[in-house]
Design a binder for this molecule. Structure first.
Ligand code: NAP
Length: 253
């Protein structure tokens, strides 16, 4: 049984992030709470997730709303990546339609430190437009699905790091490195040196798992192109960490 009168029995977590996994772990320890994590199914071998897991799209906001009704979801947590814009918009619409309370769990964005040479841009296309003025050997860490934006940059060399192999279109001079974080600052520094990287491109993902590259770039005084996050849908509740979600659920310590 759920120990508190306000405790929803079924929490749906839209996942695909470290925080989503940590939240699922915290919630499965609470008696009387059913926890389902939903994954898009993009990564071929996702890490283990505590609680129930479902995989694949819902079929838009309506499909998500239907799923929540059928499975009697009492609380929705959007813990997807800050750049997963469509699923967050769908979640906000489905929550409105069903009346199910919703919180977005979004880790804080990165902030520049003294010595950083960051160039903020609003999109991958803007990043691609800026790159030729900054360097020739690019470390691209924006994910395998966004490579098309850089495919026309035939004069630049790219080192692309992703969890699964990328597919074309991509720049002709691309070397692929398959790896999953977290990474250390020392490893990132030697990677940048070994590949003679002179500019880095990243999304403002936030969090610790992939921030070592930013420290390494600072050490080597390299310019970094930072793609800023899309904004959240209007009037959506947003919290920065797992503890704050537990508070929202009335399960804080
Ligand atoms: P997206 O563009 O916002 O989503 C596209 C479609 O994929 C959604 O409309 C939805 O399909 C389905 N989907 C996305 N997340 C889902 C989830 N957690 N459960 C079920 N269906 C989901 O998302 P994306 O940028 O392709 O990212 C996909 C997943 O990878 C996300 O869950 C995200 O957390 C994770 N991820 C993304 C990034 C990134 O940089 N974008 C980085 C790391 C991890 P339907 O409309 O059919 O429901």
């Amino acid at each position: 049984m759920c120990p508190r009168p306000m405790c929803p029995r079924h929490v749906l977590i839209l996942g695909g992030t470290t925080e989503a996994r940590a939240l699922a772990a915290a919630l499965t320890e609470r008696p009387g709470v059913r926890v389902t994590t939903s994954l898009a199914g993009r990564v071929s071998r996702p890490g283990a997730v505590p609680g129930e897991v479902r995989v694949g799209g819902f079929g838009g906001a309506q499909g998500l709303a239907d799923w929540m009704r059928t499975e009697r979801v009492g609380f929705l947590v959007d813990a997807t990546h800050p750049f997963a814009e469509s699923i967050t918009a769908n979640a906000a619409r489905a929550a409105r339609e069903t009346g199910v309370p919703m919180t977005v769990l979004r880790r804080p964005g990165w902030r520049p430190a003294p010595g950083d040479r960051w160039h903020d841009v609003a999109s991958l296309d803007e990043a691609a437009a800026l790159l030729p003025s900054l360097g020739h050997r690019v470390f691209l860490t924006t994910g395998r699905l966004g490579l098309a934006a850089f495919a026309h940059l035939t004069d630049l060399s790219f080192l692309v790091r992703s969890v699964d192999p990328p597919e074309p279109p991509m720049p002709p001079r691309t070397e692929v490195l398959l790896a999953r974080g977290p990474f250390t600052v020392d490893d990132e520094s030697s990677l940048l040196r070994r590949h003679r990287v002179d500019v880095l491109v990243t999304k403002d993902s936030g969090g610790d798992a992939t921030s070592a590259k930013l420290t390494a770039a600072r050490r080597l005084a390299l310019p970094v192109v930072v793609v800023r996050r899309p904004s959240l849908p209007d009037a959506v509740d947003s919290v920065p960490d797992v503890a704050a979600v537990l508070e929202r659920l009335g399960l804080g310590t």
